[in-house]
Design a protein around this ligand. Structure first.
Ligand SMILES: [Zn+2]
Ligand SMILES: [Zn+2]
Length: 237
C-alpha cells in the first residue's frame, strides 16, 4: 500500500471519542425524534418526511442541475457542489442539536447516512471535514463534523482523512459576512502528512449557513493542489 494511502487508512482506524461512550451510545435505546418509535434517532419514514432540499446553488439559491455551484458563483467560490438532503427546520434541527449533547455518535451515524445518499459515488477520493473552532471541540471532547465525515466516508467506502487544521478559535455567530470572511481567510491550514494534490475532496459538515467556512476550507485545499473540492451537508439554514 503506498505511504499516503496507508496513513489515511491508519487515521481512519483512530477514533477521537472514547470507546466506552460509543458503546453506551449504541446500547442505549433510541427513540425516533419524529414518531417516538424505538430503534434509531430518526427512522427511515421520518427521515424521508423531512422537507426535501431541491437542487440549488448554495450561494444564490438559483435552481441548478445536481447541486452544482452556478457559473456566476463559481467565479468566487472554490466549491463545485454543495449536496444537502434537507433544510435546517423542525426535526432536522432537533437531530443536529443531538450532536452537541448526548447521543452524538448515534446522531452522527443517522446524519452521515442521509448525507452519503446525496453524493454520487465515484465523484470523490477522500472525505474530510472543516474542523470546528478548537475551543468548542475542547469543551465537547469531539468534533461533530468529524464524526459525521467518518460516517459519510464509511458509507461511500472512500477513505476519511483529517486534511485540515483549524487555527484560532474566534466565535463567528452574529457577525457580518464580511467580518466572518476576513476571519475565515486564515482559519485553516492543511496537514502536510496528507497527499491532497490531484485529489477530488469532499468536505462534510452538519449545517451550511452562508458557506463562508466551507469556502475558506475549500480554498486552502485548492491551494494545496486538490483537483476539486465539493461539500456535502445535512441541512441548509
Ligand atoms: Zn420516526
Ligand atoms: Zn449561484
Amino acid at each position: 500500500m503506498p505511504g499516503n494511502r496507508k496513513q489515511i487508512y491508519l487515521q481512519h482506524k483512530k477514533y477521537n471519542m472514547n470507546i466506552l461512550e460509543h458503546i453506551i451510545d449504541f446500547l442505549a435505546p433510541h427513540a425516533c425524534i419524529g414518531c417516538g418509535g424505538e430503534g434509531s434517532l430518526m427512522c427511515l419514514p421520518c427521515m424521508s418526511a423531512l422537507p426535501h432540499y431541491t437542487s440549488r446553488c448554495y450561494r444564490c439559491t438559483t435552481t441548478v442541475d445536481a447541486y452544482r455551484t452556478c457559473e456566476a458563483c463559481r467565479k468566487v467560490s472554490p466549491l463545485t457542489h454543495v449536496w444537502a438532503p434537507t433544510r435546517y427546520t423542525h426535526d432536522a434541527k432537533t437531530l443536529v442539536q443531538f450532536l452537541k449533547f448526548e447521543r452524538a455518535s448515534a446522531a452522527a451515524i443517522t446524519i452521515g447516512d442521509a448525507i452519503a445518499q446525496m453524493v454520487p459515488p465515484d465523484s470523490i477520493q477522500v472525505v474530510t471535514h472543516a474542523p470546528t473552532a478548537s475551543l468548542r471541540v475542547r469543551q465537547r471532547g469531539y468534533d461533530q463534523a468529524q464524526l459525521i465525515a467518518r460516517q459519510v466516508a464509511r458509507r461511500l467506502a472512500v477513505p476519511y482523512a483529517p486534511l485540515l487544521v483549524r487555527q484560532g478559535s474566534q466565535r463567528q455567530l452574529g457577525q457580518s459576512r464580511q467580518v466572518r470572511e476576513r476571519q475565515m481567510a486564515t482559519a485553516f491550514r492543511t496537514r502536510r502528512a496528507y497527499a491532497i494534490r490531484q485529489a477530488d475532496v469532499l468536505l462534510v459538515d452538519d449545517v451550511i449557513t452562508t458557506g463562508s467556512t466551507l469556502e475558506a476550507a475549500a480554498a486552502v485545499l485548492c491551494q494545496a493542489g486538490a483537483r476539486s473540492v465539493a461539500a456535502a451537508v445535512f441541512a441548509v439554514a
